[in-house]
Design a protein around this ligand. Structure first.
Ligand SMILES: Cc1cc2nc3c(=O)[nH]c(=O)nc-3n(C[C@H](O)[C@H](O)[C@H](O)COP(=O)(O)OP(=O)(O)OC[C@H]3O[C@@H](n4cnc5c(N)ncnc54)[C@H](O)[C@@H]3O)c2cc1C
Length: 329
């Protein structure tokens, strides 16, 4: 890898001071599960690395009026085992438990997980200069695209790699970002950005000299939630497709629903047609199947990933049934 200088600040302010407004010059490092691999593959070549683990909050704290604030330096393993998180936001805990392996969860952090870069094999190979690396094409439509987007693709067809991003959007989380001009609060649903020719090199609104410091979850109220991930095998890998469902009930029928799919689009993908299909209905096998059909109706698979449509459909259906407390396979 290219040589770089390294600093390990002790406070958020020092960490922000050590970053740079110039993209690629200076990069934050948390658990290093993603960044070190990109450094070794010459996909990222910063001049300086800023270790943010000691500078950022690694705890969960209650918010006034309800809700929880999760520090970005918290390990995914600690999030997965946090009793209050599991009680109030079970889909967050379930997503955390399924990330990678115990070793990866023990090293990876919440901030690093949400900001990890795409797993696209063209992006990860230094020889393919794709849109994301300043090139003028995405290699996946005409290439190997088994794991790429079935919704919202183009000009880049990556899928967002973060498992924690999807329940964050579904629960209506807000991300606290800190930079040289102070802090700003960005709803998780607006943090992740669709690729356009202007911003295709990034996946979110974070500026190069900002840090994501906290995930703030609103008071959950009386909601039911479900989360379901589909992988090739029950081993360490990213899911092929997954979904988080959060529903508020009015007696036996659904008053409102938020259904978000993961690993199917460049951002956590809100399935609004599926949400509309559930409102006013009871939660059961038939309504879950109808909502799942609606969720994938507008899918636009590439040449090799048509199978993901059925996988995503199944993930949505089972996440709804999980929310209803109905056992799935
Ligand atoms: C075999 C394998 C399986 C995996 N399976 C899954 C899976 O199923 N689901 C899943 O979600 N992930 C999965 N991962 C990815 C892994 O969870 C992430 O790489 C890890 O969580 C990243 O966290 P980190 O702290 O190590 O990040 P780092 O590698 O340190 O950082 C990742 C990126 O985020 C930036 N960054 C770090 N912290 C901040 C911050 N606070 N603010 C702004 N930017 C920041 C860094 O600059 C870097 O670009 C898997 C990884 C492997 C190797």
């Amino acid at each position: 890898m290219k040589p770089f200088s390294y600093v390990s600040p002790r406070t958020e302010k020092e960490a922000i001071g050590a970053l740079s407004a110039e993209p690629e010059k200076v990069m934050p490092l948390a658990g290093g599960q993603d960044l070190l691999a990109r450094l070794k593959d010459y996909v990222a070549q910063p001049d300086r690395i800023v270790n943010v683990k000691a500078a950022l909050d690694a705890t969960v704290s209650p918010m006034p009026g309800g809700g929880l604030k999760i520090g970005a330096a918290m390990k995914v393993a600690d999030l997965a085992e946090h009793a209050e998180v599991a009680k109030l936001y079970p889909a967050i805990a379930l997503a955390a438990i399924e990330v990678g392996t115990p070793q990866i969860r023990n090293q990876g952090t919440v901030g690093g997980n949400l900001n990890q870069r795409p797993r696209c094999w063209y992006f990860r190979n230094e020889e393919f200069v794709c849109f994301k690396k300043g090139g003028n094409q995405c290699f996946s439509p005409a290439g190997e695209n088994q794991f790429h987007a079935i919704f919202g693709g183009g000009p880049s067809f990556i899928v967002h790699p973060s498992s924690l991003a999807v329940p964050s959007v579904a629960y209506g989380a807000t991300f606290r970002l800190a930079g040289p001009k102070g802090e700003r609060m960005v709803p998780a649903a607006e943090y992740f950005t669709m690729p356009t020719l202007q911003n295709v090199k990034t996946e979110n609104v974070l500026a190069p000299n900002e840090l994501l410091t906290h995930v703030i979850l609103p008071a959950p109220g009386a909601v039911k939630s479900g989360h379901y991930e589909v992988r090739y095998k029950a081993s360490h890998d990213w899911p092929i497709a997954f979904a988080t469902v959060v529903v508020a009930m009015n007696g036996d029928t659904v008053r409102s629903a938020r259904i978000v799919m993961g690993a199917v689009a460049p951002i956590p993908w809100r399935a609004q047609a599926a949400e509309a299909a559930l409102v006013g209905k009871p939660l059961n096998e038939q309504t879950a199947a109808a909502a799942a059909d609606a969720a994938v109706r507008d899918a636009r698979p590439l040449s090799q990933n048509g199978y993901k449509v059925q996988v995503a459909r199944t993930a949505v259906k089972r996440a709804i049934l999980n929310a209803a407390g109905i056992k799935t396979v």
